[in-house]
Design a protein around this ligand. Structure first.
Ligand SMILES: Cc1cc2nc3c(=O)[nH]c(=O)nc-3n(C[C@H](O)[C@H](O)[C@H](O)COP(=O)(O)O)c2cc1C
Length: 182
């Protein structure tokens, strides 16, 4: 079980493509979308929020802190926050679990589970970098959506698959989403 969280940073398509890839690989997933994440999905992708929710095996409400996913007893191997806004990054770095995504991240880090964070902002200010350092020191994988240009990517779709392939690599999930350097 992989938990996927989509927040209100640009790049909602990375989270959507990750859900599609997990489905193609028959890997069970749970999904949470922040309120801002829903706005970004509608404004920068061709998907409706309902279509994204339909990609998930199980969907959990962003504001329902009583949902089972908020507990350390919820069985999950890993969490991927894709994309991760600077607000959510800050909340997680400071242990401020005020919604399902930040609480699930709190649980994932305290239980020492694989936690992949795909921050998206540019340029970065010092506090953004400090928050990333804090989370990296706690064991999170900080995986910025920085496409590589070394494997003949020639379309936006290739670039999206490159980042999603890297996320799957960090989750230790075999994939062929991008052409590896030889
Ligand atoms: C279209 C759009 C794009 C945005 N892109 C970013 C972004 O790339 N990075 C970021 O940190 N915030 C971005 N924001 C602002 C966040 O959505 C905002 O800070 C929000 O409060 C984050 O809430 P959340 O972390 O609960 O999703 C964007 C907002 C909109 C409407």
């Amino acid at each position: 079980m992989i938990i996927v969280a989509i927040t209100g940073a640009s790049g909602a398509i990375y989270g959507i493509r990750l859900l599609e890839a997990l489905n193609e690989l028959n890997i069970e997933n749970s999904l949470v979308i922040s309120d801002a994440g829903k706005i970004v999905i509608e404004s920068e992708t061709e998907y409706s929020v309902e279509e994204v929710i339909a990609l998930a095996d199980t969907y959990y409400d962003f504001n329902d802190l009583t949902a089972s996913i908020n507990s350390g007893s919820f069985k999950a191997e890993a969490l991927a926050i894709v994309p991760c806004s600077m607000k959510t990054l800050s909340s997680i770095a400071n242990g401020y679990g005020a919604n399902t995504i930040t609480r699930v991240a709190d649980v994932s880090l305290k239980e020492r589970r694989t936690t992949v964070i795909v921050p998206r902002e540019t340029p970065l200010r010092s506090i953004h970098l400090q928050n990333m350092l804090t989370l990296s020191q706690e064991g999170a994988v900080i995986l910025p959506a920085m496409p590589g240009f070394y494997s003949s990517h020639d379309s936006v779709d290739d670039q999206i698959n490159f980042i999603v392939g890297k996320i799957l690599d960090s989750l230790k999930i075999e994939n062929n989403l991008y052409k590896r350097w030889e």
